[in-house]
Design a protein around this ligand. Sequence first.
Ligand code: ATP
Ligand code: MG
Length: 439
Amino acid sequence: MWSSMTLRKRIAMLLGALLAGVFLATMAGLWIANEEDITAEREPFERQSAQVAASLNAVINASNNPDRVLNAFVASLETSSGAITFQTDRATNDVWRKMPRVPSWFLQLLPLQEHWSRSYPVEVGGRTLGYLTFFQDLYPDVYEKWLTFLTVVVIFLVFGTGSLVIIYFGLGTMLRPLGSLEEGLEAIGRGALPGAHIRHGPPEINRLIEKTNEIGVAMSGLRRENNELLRSMVALQDRERDEVSRDLHDELGPMLFGLRANAISLQQTASIEGCRNRAVEMENSIAALQGAHRQILDRLRPMEIREVGLTRSIAELVERSANVDPSLRISLNTQPGLDKAAEAVSRTVYRLVQEAILNIQRHSHATEAEVSVAVNPGTSGSDTILVSISDNGVGFPDDLSVGRGLSGMSERVKALGGKFALHRNATGARITCELPLAG
Ligand SMILES: Nc1ncnc2c1ncn2[C@@H]1O[C@H](COP(=O)(O)OP(=O)(O)OP(=O)(O)O)[C@@H](O)[C@H]1O
Ligand SMILES: [Mg+2]
């Protein structure tokens, strides 16, 4: 619970606990002081009341007519307004419960009972005539203590509630700029500029926000540079592939063609049958070599994209792939508008589909695959291409180790500022990517 509490709730709780502690300590101090106070007043009261009782007993015992002296004394007590009484039995001492304006629970807390009254027997010749009871008037004292208690409670209530409210709302206002900081950091995480606005917060937080903005600007610069690097790396790769494929095409192509022509002519001109048969075998091998040569060229450089457009290039790629492995049924779904894609984007989509199908054939054990390439119309002309390639195979392994295929796809897509993701379907794997149509 503590760990999920906001900072201001934590501080408010700590302050609340501190105030409660100080309040309890003050109350304990008051209680001890009250007890000492009341105990201190008990001693003179007891001494004086004992003296009066002893004097009365002495006077009565010295008199010839003790009853008359006692009656005269009792009559004089009427002016004592109840502070001294004479009764034939001991007086009950629960009078203290009835103090006006002081609640009884407060009185229970004070050590009053034993201090309230003292009774002394009046005896003549060993005969007890009654009891003289002295009542201590503690009311002004108790009332004063009650008022002190009330004052302390009110001060704590007003001061405690006030400081809690001030701390809670004051901290809320002070920490509000941290929200800007959070927004800024989130933006940096998303790859956007932070744009955290500095609200009027404490200088420490304002400085943090300024630093976050600076880091965000630096990060977005680095990200731009990184994308440019990736873009030029991919472009370089494509250029190299183009060159290799051109060399292969220009040098190996004519040689293979010449070899095949010679093999055919050998078939036609050789007089020995064994030679003619070898020439046929040679021609077949050279035809197979030419097929492999074409496939390598196709993989290295999909020539047709520029000439026939992305839609047809992908359709032909899918058809060729299906021919290579007839156990995999590939369905293709393309939407109009793909041919408007920039050349770099078309190449990336082509390579992505090519590598994804190759991966399905090599790793997935799937029987069906689905390739879908669509244009997603964006606001203010920022259309994107959405690519999805899925299969019904075993899916990506839990301990996926990315090879050149997947990392190449991701680099190409990032270089064009797109998004690339791998998904584990309920059955099989899925790759998706989104690229800006204009590159
Ligand atoms: N459609 C798929 N179904 C299941 N696993 C897949 C699929 N596609 C890729 N994988 C897994 O992802 C791994 C990485 O693929 P990636 O294309 O990066 O490398 P590779 O195919 O192993 O080698 P290469 O570098 O030659 O492409 C594969 O080894 C495979 O385990
Ligand atoms: Mg691969």
